[in-house]
Write a protein that binds this ligand. Structure first.
Ligand code: B12
Ligand code: SF4
Ligand code: SF4
Length: 360
């Protein structure tokens, strides 16, 4: 019979920085926290499945006996301070889409186990599955919870993707790891929107990472705190002393805002479809690029915004009006007045009037 050590050695050989094992019993803390967060309206809407499905793997998959948890490291980058008309994407979205990458590596591990185990059954989950990857990782002893909610892997930090394999193998669970933040509160202090409302508690509705991924209108009172974020946000990770940041890789996370606003679907697919931000689609990123141009505040960004004010989607025109108002000046004023004269959509008209400083 295959042993834990063999599995661990094989998976580590695939490039994982941590591998751990847990049982299939209920995740009681998660159950309590999910109910609380739901009650407070703090969840993001990206969580999959019911609370029961998320917290009771052994009941929902009656063949599961153990869960193998894995962490795969990625490089953390910081943008250079003056990047002109550039926006930032999270380091987690640089390079190949990690969902595909981790699925394929865990699939390889499953084949390895299968060749050595009669009647082996498994299910792989990476991010989009019902299980809470962090909670699985925590109970499997591969890392500890930081106050920013991230799982921190000893010697690697929080710059890791998490995934798991549910199996019918009976494997000895690993004990959870000792580790905590001590007195540190840097991530909470550095969160631009106050989304970390306390240790281990995120109000996802105020989290830039969430807002840059969601469709629809970004609340006006948060737009100016989004800075140049186009996809995701790394502030609570970059501010953590447990993480190492690659100081030479600022180009990896910089995206030309004017180019993005002018991009068509074909160009977007060619450049980004393979990456983790590809799934989000071009229009959400264009909306974010428009907000970022407003926050950059350079007059040189106004040509791209003039085009955005004529975009077929009201959501882009509305945020463009806000951005033009934020840049300000005579040309901005004229552009907004002209837009108001031709605009039919009531939501966009409201944004334009607010940008012109007119009473509603
Ligand atoms: C929904 C989601 C989001 C939402 C909400 C995030 C959140 N904190 O819940 C949004 C869009 C905001 C988001 C953002 C990010 N995400 Co996300 N996200 C998810 C997803 C799909 C589900 C998470 C979930 O269930 N949240 C529900 C709440 C209840 O969970 P929680 O905050 O983690 O709650 C736990 C802690 O609070 C802790 N806790 C509570 N009280 C206490 C008290 C003590 C003393 C202790 C020790 C612990 C503790 O226990 C709770 C669970 O029981 C997972 C993938 C998955 N399927 O699990 C990825 C996942 C969590 N995300 C990930 C990443 C990388 C990110 C970002 C860094 C991406 C980015 N750069 O923009 C940010 C980080 C934001 C943050 N500070 O959390 C990784 C995490 C890797 C890691 N090292 O932890 C995951 C696991 C994806 C993956 N497979 O790799 N994400
Ligand atoms: S991802 Fe950004 S906005 Fe969200 S909690 Fe972390 S620092 Fe705050
Ligand atoms: S910044 Fe400090 S408080 Fe936040 S996760 Fe890191 S060690 Fe913990």
């Amino acid at each position: 019979m295959i042993t834990k050590e063999q599995i661990k050695e094989y998976i580590t050989g695939l490039g994982m920085c941590a591998v751990g094992f847990t049982h299939s019993g209920p995740f009681y803390r998660l159950e309590r926290v999910l109910k609380e967060r739901h009650g407070e309206g703090y969840l993001s809407g990206f969580e999959k499945g019911t609370i029961h499905e998320r917290c009771r793997p052994g009941e929902c998959f009656d063949w599961v006996r153990s869960i193998i948890s894995v962490a795969y490291p990625y490089k953390l980058y910081r943008t250079a301070p003056d990047t002109g008309l550039k926006g930032t994407i999270s380091s987690s979205a640089v390079g190949e889409d990690y969902h595909r990458l981790l699925h394929s590596k865990l699939g390889q591990a499953a084949r390895y186990i299968s060749e050595r185990t009669e009647g082996f059954r498994y299910e792989i989950m990476v991010d989009t599955g019902t299980l809470a990857d962090r909670e699985v990782a925590h109970r499997s002893g591969i890392g500890w919870y930081g106050k920013n909610c991230s799982i921190i892997i000893p010697s690697f930090g929080a710059g890791v993707f998490l995934g798991e394999m549910l199996t019918n193998l009976v494997l000895e669970p690993d004990p959870p790891l000792e580790g905590d933040c001590g007195e540190c509160t840097r991530c909470i202090e550095n969160c631009p929107t106050g989304a970390l409302v306390g240790p281990y508690t995120l109000d996802a509705q105020r989290c830039i990472s969430c807002l840059t991924q969601k469709r629809g209108i970004v609340p006006q009172d948060i737009r100016d705190r989004m800075g140049d974020s186009l996809y995701g946000c790394d502030q609570c990770i970059l501010s953590c002393p447990h993480n190492q940041v690659d100081k030479n890789g600022s180009k990896a996370v910089s995206v030309d805002l004017e180019e993005l606003i002018g991009m068509d679907e074909k160009g977007f697919n060619k450049k980004y479809k393979h990456s983790a931000l590809g799934w989000r689609g071009l229009n959400v990123l264009k909306r974010n690029a428009v907000i970022a141009l407003g926050n950059r505040g350079h007059q040189s960004g106004i040509d791209a915004l003039e085009n955005a004010l004529r975009h077929p989607l009201p959501i882009i025109r509305g945020h463009a009006a806000w951005a033009v108002g934020r840049i300000g000046g005579k040309r901005a004023q004229r552009m907004l007045e002209e837009s108001l004269a031709r605009e039919q959509d009531e939501y966009v008209r409201e944004e334009i009037r607010a940008a012109l400083g007119e009473p509603e």
